[in-house]
Design a protein around this ligand. Structure first.
Ligand code: J2J
Length: 547
């Protein structure tokens, strides 16, 4: 396995193979197989284009050959920051066919995140769009280059705008010739790509997923979700996120021979129109987006839309409250499926034949009979069935360690290889999981994950900041918003100056605190050294309003 990754112990790997979970297929071969089976069917619709399975397959081959000519090969990391456009699939499959690893960045990421990803992974290339949603990603790439001295290649989906040191994806593809031909391809047990974790620490962690483990979760998800060649899946969220990638996401749709429709943004105006126009059957959103859709369809701006094709609305990424969940069927006329997943692995789904009450009040049950679930108290002792505790898990598609993070791994995984999810849950007698809260240092802002440490470190870089604590405050719409409490040094900076400072440091917009309060001091916390987590709790208790 790639250096810096933790393999499954041999006895587990053997058993996952024996039990037919790990089939020895690579993601590159997976697309080839689907291209044979579903050749002329439409694989993807987006940005004004429609590609068949055969076309996607040929493009991925050509792109792989072009990338190989640039010197990109097995084991190389390539940061991919692309919005929902068909090229994202072409590039991802091309890299994976070469055994090179896409490192998926979100379109919302900015200089701080992209520079870190490029440096930390020693990326050979960065792939960006030209512009999207009014933002110029080429300028971002230039800033990253200036800051980090890398990566060697900057590849642009669209137009380079005359920047001599950048290449368009089209140039790369056209330079590639017919394709790599019959290369042996990567080992299915190898890491296929790196996903970004939601993060609980100062710097984001990277999640290595193998061909074998990921494809198992994809095939099993497609089966649970009953996808077939008639499936039309609307990717409303950025497809580089684990949820729309694999739960069942675009890969699940490709597995079944269906069609992926790429939405440029998740707004009701864009997405409910796309559902009507393309006859969408399945889609996936985070809770705040679901609530916007419900309001728009329920006598709002999109009430005129014909949504009869829609069969399943998946909601996940953050807790969907039962009240909103109950509105889904009457308002949108489709089945709700709750999805509680994590890029580290474990994914839970409510099933289509679960009673309505289970669907609206639980976050589903695991994909696999071999997903091991343990609910423990703060000492790590298992709680009584049904009692509240922290969820730990291991299984055939849950990682055993983050990439290049031995110290963090010692904390995040137990000695026997369970991943400490940091989620506070209870299980029901039917094996469904209810997410009740969180034991980890993370803020879940409507599905977007924020590590308080990371934002605090940026605030502390300002000379006028003595101390900072970033905490979650409850929010009816997003579930949680962020509030930064700052103890200034001396006269200190103004709030607006601090917020501008964070933006100048190139932090993604969703991490910029929604509120920023200057306070004289943090509460006294008695004797002894306390953790940042305890400090945040004390600050929140002293200052934050209940709602
Ligand atoms: C409560 N909390 C949830 C839910 C995730 C499918 C769906 C989501 C993700 C994802 C994913 C939740 N109710 N329904 O990767 O494949 C919180 C938990 C979890 C963390 C993981 C997928 N669904 N969460 O959200 O890696 O705290 O993955 O540990 O972004 O989101 O975040 P992430």
């Amino acid at each position: 396995m790639l250096a810096g990754c933790t393999p499954w112990p041999a006895e587990f790997a053997d058993s996952y193979r024996r039990r037919g979970y790990w089939t020895g297929e690579t993601l590159g071969a997976f697309l080839r197989d689907r291209a044979h089976r579903f050749a002329e069917r439409t694989a993807v619709i987006g940005a004004g284009r429609r590609w068949s399975y055969a076309e996607l397959d040929t493009r991925a081959d050509r792109m792989a050959a072009g990338l190989a000519r640039l010197g990109i090969g097995a084991g190389d990391r390539v940061v991919v920051q692309l919005p929902n456009r068909p090229e994202v699939f072409e590039v991802a499959f091309a890299l994976m066919r070469l055994g090179a690893l896409p490192v998926y960045a979100l379109p919302a990421h900015r200089r701080a995140e992209i520079s870190y990803l490029c440096s930390f992974t020693e990326a050979a290339a960065l792939v960006v769009a030209d512009t999207d949603a009014g933002f110029d990603y080429r300028e971002l790439a230039e800033q990253v280059r200036a800051e980090t001295g890398g990566p060697e290649h900057i590849l642009v989906a669209g137009d380079t705008g005359g920047r001599a040191h950048m290449r368009t994806l089209e140039e790369v593809r056209e330079g590639g010739g017919a394709g790599p031909g019959a290369t042996a391809g990567p080992d299915p047990g190898e890491v296929a790509f790196l996903q970004l974790s939601g993060g609980t620490t100062g710097l984001p962690k990277l999640i290595p997923r193998t061909h074998d483990d990921y494809l198992y979760s994809v095939r099993a998800s497609a089966e649970i979700c009953a996808l077939d060649t008639g499936t039309v899946y609307l990717a409303a969220l950025p497809v580089v996120h684990n949820f729309p990638m694999s739960s069942p996401g675009f890969l699940g749709v490709f597995s079944a021979g269906g069609t992926v429709v790429l939405a440029p943004d998740p707004s009701p105006a864009t997405c409910l129109a796309a559902i009507e126009a393309e006859g969408v059957t399945h889609t996936a959103v985070v809770p705040p987006v679901a609530m916007l859709w419900l309001d728009a369809a329920d006598g709002g701006s999109q009430a005129h839309r014909d949504l009869t094709s829609l069969r399943v609305l998946q909601v996940g990424g953050a807790k969907f409250n039962a009240e909103a969940a109950r509105r889904v069927r009457p308002t949108l006329g489709c089945t709700l499926q709750q999805v509680f997943g994590m890029a580290e692995g474990l994914v839970n789904y409510t099933r289509y034949d679960d009673p309505e009450e289970v669907v609206v009040t639980t976050q589903g049950r695991p994909i696999s009979p071999d997903d091991e679930i343990r609910v423990v108290d703060s000492d790590g002792t298992e709680v009584a069935p049904g009692a509240l505790g922290e969820l730990q898990t291991r299984g055939p598609y849950t990682i055993r360690g983050y990439y290049r993070a031995p110290e963090h791994n010692a904390e995040a995984f137990t000695a026997d290889g369970f991943y400490r999810t940091g989620d506070l849950v209870r299980t029901t007698p039917t094996g469904h999981i209810v997410v009740e809260g969180r034991a980890k240092d993370q803020i879940n802002r409507g599905g977007e994950k924020i590590a308080p440490d990371e934002v605090e470190n940026h605030l502390l870089a300002h000379p006028g900041v003595h101390d900072a604590a970033v905490v979650a405050v409850p929010d009816r719409f997003l579930g949680e918003r962020t509030c930064a409490y700052v103890v200034p040094r001396g006269a200190g900076p103004a709030r607006s100056e601090l917020l501008a400072f964070l933006r100048e440091r190139g932090l993604a917009a969703y991490k910029i605190p929604d509120r920023l309060e200057l306070v004289d001091a943090f509460p006294a916390t008695g004797v002894g050294k306390i953790s940042r987590r305890e400090l945040r709790e004390a600050v929140r208790a002293a200052h934050a309003p209940a709602e």
